[in-house]
Design a protein around this ligand. Structure first.
Ligand SMILES: *[C@@H]1O[C@H](CO)[C@@H](O)[C@H](O)[C@H]1NC(C)=O
Length: 306
């Protein structure tokens, strides 16, 4: 009998320890203070991770590239990055079957005004790219991105994925020196859909440089350079694009295709339909096949006989 009681107590202890360790794991799935080990541990253990009002230290990428297959990532509150002149990116996301989203009132605040000097990527302060996502079979939606130092959202190497209901609001850059604040840079994806997004910026709403089966649907683009393919060169291929149901307002261009002078590459199977253009400053529709061609001016020197 005594023997039996002893085993019973041991069992109870085992159960208590087990539930304590489960609590510890659950607690670490919310990240509200920056700690690299903690972030890595959360990625290896949690199927739902919340980034809550996080301050990311200067010169550091918030690296969420080890998400578990099928994980959900949620942003809450205001996420900010401390100031540093560097290339970035400030946020990296990678995963398969993942869902990335934000609470209604969250903001990913790039605080671009700290870097803006009117020069963008052409000089002045070194400005970090904002975010890059490489996902397969995934959905990234309802993110509120504000004031990126330069390029906002790079969609790179994505397969069979949807990016939707994203707001990229770089309006402040209009008066404070925002430049080269492209909204979506798309490279090397196959079957990526970007839809229902709202963009206010000072460069391309989308810049599509390479990839197959790109769908850019029902997006609103204001203040920038329009929806662009290219500049394509260096052997890149853009094949199969549908731009449908988009509005482009107060922008330099509407839709354009640029290929680089003196280089190879291919752009094929492109469809634009149901596009509304309003207050376009340069061209509503433009195709340029000699992008980057240097105009040569001859300086004629006259020598007068003495
Ligand atoms: C493209 O991706 C979407 C979204 O993940 C998926 O539903 C669809 O089946 C994919 N299309 C092809 C041809 O694989």
């Amino acid at each position: 009998m005594e023997h039996f009681v002893a085993i019973f107590v041991l069992l109870l202890t085992a159960v208590a320890c087990n539930s304590a360790s489960q609590n510890a794991t659950a607690a670490s799935c919310t990240i509200s203070k920056y700690n690299e080990d903690h972030i890595n541990q959360a990625q290896s253990e949690c199927s739902e991770i919340t980034i809550d009002s996080l301050i990311v230290p200067y010169g550091v990428t918030l690296d969420l590239t080890k998400l578990k297959t099928g994980a959900k990532l949620i942003f809450r509150g205001t996420t900010v990055w401390q100031y540093e002149e560097w290339e970035g990116p400030l946020l990296l996301i990678k995963g398969t079957n993942v869902e990335v989203t934000g609470s209604d009132d969250h903001v990913l605040d790039g605080r671009g005004a700290l870097w803006w000097d009117g020069l963008g990527g052409n000089g002045g302060k070194i400005k970090p790219h904002f975010m890059k996502a490489t996902v397969t079979n995934s959905v990234i939606h309802k993110l509120n991105i504000k004031n990126t130092p330069v390029q906002a959202f790079s969609v790179h190497g994505c397969i069979d994925s949807v990016v939707q209901y994203i707001t990229i609001d770089n309006k402040d850059g209009d008066t404070k020196g925002g430049h080269n604040t492209d909204a979506f840079n798309v490279n090397s994806c196959n079957n990526i859909t970007i839809k229902h997004c709202t963009v206010y910026n000072q460069d391309d709403c989308m810049a599509l440089n390479s990839g197959q089966n790109t769908y850019f649907l029902d997006n609103y683009c204001s203040g920038g350079h329009g929806i662009s393919i290219g500049s394509v060169g260096g052997g890149s291929e853009v094949k199969g694009v549908l731009v449908d149901g988009c509005q482009i307002v107060d922008s330099d261009n509407g839709v354009r295709i640029k290929t680089k002078y003196g280089q190879t590459g291919s752009v094929s199977d492109i469809t634009y339909q149901n596009i509304v253009l309003k207050n376009i400053h340069k061209y509503g529709i433009t195709m340029q096949g000699d992008y980057g061609l240097k105009k040569v001016y001859l300086l004629v020197v006259c020598l007068f006989p003495m």
